[in-house]
Design a binder for this molecule. Sequence first.
Ligand SMILES: Nc1ncnc2c1ncn2[C@@H]1O[C@H](COP(=O)(O)OP(=O)(O)OP(=O)(O)O)[C@@H](O)[C@H]1O
Ligand SMILES: [Mg+2]
Length: 541
Amino acid sequence: MIIITTLTALLSGACNAALIALVNTSLNNAKWSVAVLVGGFVALVLGKTITNILSQVLLARFAQGAVSGLRRDLTKRILGVPLRQVESIGTHRILVALTDDVFNITQALLAIPIITVNVAILVGGAVYLGLLSWKILLGIGVLVVFGGISYRIMMTSAFKSLNAAREEEDKLFSYFRALTDGIKELKLHRSRRKVFLAENIHDTTETFQKYNVEAECRFIYAQNWNHLLFYLLVGCVLFMMPKMGQVSHAAMTGYVITILYLMGPLAGVMGSMSLFGRASIALQKVEELGLSLAAASTEEAVINKTEREVPFRSLELINVQHAYRHEKEDTNFVLGPIDLKFGPGELVFLVGGNGSGKSTLAKIVTGLYFPEVGEIRWNGKRVDNSNRDDYRQLFSAIFSDFYLFDNLMGLNRPDLDAKAKEYLVQLHLDHKISVKDGKLSTTSVSQGQRKRLALLTAYLEDRPFYLFDEWASDQDPLFKDVFYTRLLPELKARGKTCFVITHDDKYFYMADRVIKLDYGKMEHLNQLDGEALGTLIPATR
Ligand SMILES: Nc1ncnc2c1ncn2[C@@H]1O[C@H](COP(=O)(O)OP(=O)(O)OP(=O)(O)O)[C@@H](O)[C@H]1O
Ligand SMILES: [Mg+2]
């Protein structure tokens, strides 16, 4: 396809050059008959138009295909980045890559058809000029090299500005996130809103604008500088060549017409340089996101693997440790060392104060964070990069910052709607929400109800290991009671392992074991019976 496209583009360029030659010949009272000239003219115009259309259509298809591929590839790659890395890259950076960077790359790709044709016209023109007089072409060559070098110098400084603008864009997107996520807080507080607008948004947009204008100006200067050189060329041919008396009148008019004709395509090619500049910076950024992952790349998104039953007999954490490294702080939080074992049908509670490391431990147990020290053993086998994604299929988890999909994606069971309806009744949601073809009628409900919907999804997933991160904290007392005294024992009776992060000391007696975390250090409290635990562990809320 690339070969066909290049050939048609070159053919189009050749037709163009021949057309100029024909025009020049007719202007210079050629010996050919009018019929031949008209016939040639028509044939060349048709040839040029057809090859033009063909090459542009082919290239447009290619460019659009490349854009779709890029979007898919980027999404796949983001799914393959370890969670810890996504958290440290920051959602706003990923958003810029997915929106603006992809857009900039797209723009450049879409400009390729026009540029290719323009370049073909320039090449055709140059060949024709060479045929007219190779001496002048040599002169032009020297001028082009000089123009190219000066153009390059101007471009380098334009690129610097573009890079700086792109850095500002990352910052701008982080403020956009603050705007959408923090809209309530901004609406409620006038001075906060004022500072947000005046300092964050205003300053960043202004700097962003400044760098962009700087870059665009440099592109404009560079383009016009090259135009100037072209006119210098026309001037030389027009006024100096006749004095030197070496070139025929026909060659001279041919030169002037061709050079003037080539100005348009040249301006087109140079005008698109700013597009390519932006695209190359965007590509670099996308690569950086991909590469920063490649450096620590430890997992691949295993998308095409077929779902199958994951066996669960035991899960063991051996000497596991995890630390968050804060660049600006000396005191890093360290979780562990932790030794912990789970078997099927166990109900284990995890308690501890705020910031004691409960959610971090939950992410390690579920395979979302990799232990920096120590190891996890699943059915006696060490969990590593080769089986981590399989391992993660053991879990149905509801984290405190869970996301609720509005359709029950990926749950391919024949009784999906019927089962979902049954659970909606059990979770006291049937009066509010219905399910049809695996799609929930709404997810815009109260926070407590949304958590019940998340529980519905977890039920339908029907996996061996359930993890709840403070699931009950938003539930009313009545349903809290249902959760601890009915739903959890039911799951246990079905052989499911439940790891429940909780502050509800009233229900500690329900657990087989209670584990406590204190600033990352673990204590087993299983030697005491449940009732005694309730009085021993101070309520953290
Ligand atoms: N993404 C992160 N980057 C850096 N530090 C983090 C991150 N997430 C948590 N921490 C730190 O790790 C420690 C443990 O946090 P974690 O969320 O595990 O606590 P928790 O026991 O779940 O608390 P809570 O009861 O408030 O939910 C805290 O000191 C917290 O500041
Ligand atoms: Mg937590």
